[in-house]
Write a protein that binds this ligand. Sequence first.
Ligand code: ATP
Ligand code: MG
Length: 289
Amino acid sequence: MFEAPDSPYLVSFDGDFDISKASTQPQTDGHLHKGKHRRAATEKLKTLQRVLAAGDRHSVLLVFQAMDAAGKDSTIASVMQGIDPSGCQVFSFKKPSSLELDHDFLWRTTCRLPERGRIGIFNRSQYEEVLVVRVHPKILSYQKLPDDVNLDNVWNERLTSIRQQEEHLARNGTVILKFWLNVSKDEQKRRFLARLDDPAKNWKFEPGDVVERRHWDDYMLAYQNALNATSRPWAPWYAIPADSKPYMRARVAEIIIDALQGIGLKYPQPTDADRAEFAESRAELDADD
Ligand code: ATP
Ligand code: MG
């Protein structure tokens, strides 16, 4: 049975996570996702993914959420490096399309949940519905919702829907790990300025990201509320310090490896009937010259 890997960054399950106390800075004793540590983590993940695929019982869902420039894309790329691409899918969720808005808010992510034996990565997710939408409630007016949306409880209702769906998925074999990459406001500023200064990074700069930054405190409140409402033993959140990318990547890789090692993945064992068939196949191959 899946157990949330322990970590100093695990968001407690009792709702008392205080975002203002969550560290954005690396601790000095943790290794970095570099050199031999990175190679060792890659090898472990590769093997675990192979057994996950062979076993075909569990699926793995990795959710990444963060403020802009925290490093979601590069963390996903670096942690999943070396994994068999056919065993892994990444989906990025942007502003919903009109087709997506014709459905309930969990539809588009539900359609993209990983199959058994595979790792699915959500770069942004259903959580945007209680983050960006909560910070900008006017978005609700484009969502074609029934008339009686009550702003006092719509967020708790959404969080309950998300939590219950995750519990359902976990009961049915999905291992869920959620990462909030916790970048500081200062470091975000440095990274935005680097995008403006470095011609090779200009393409990454979006003026809209600076506009969202104005709402930093509202985002932090929305994150705190969402993480408290949905960090549970079957679908834990980890608040990973993101001011150092190599440190962040190492912690994310470690947690994924711990979780997969903890569910006792095994290659399927042949049954007596399989063995009898193997013997027949072998006899046929031996006789074939
Ligand atoms: P990058 O900038 O690295 O390419 P990104 O994830 O920031 O990646 P963008 O296209 O810049 O991608 O932004 C996507 C935007 O879509 C974000 O501002 C996000 O908040 C918004 N978004 C995602 N889901 C929803 C949603 N359900 N409703 C409204 N906005 C959403
Ligand atoms: Mg963006």
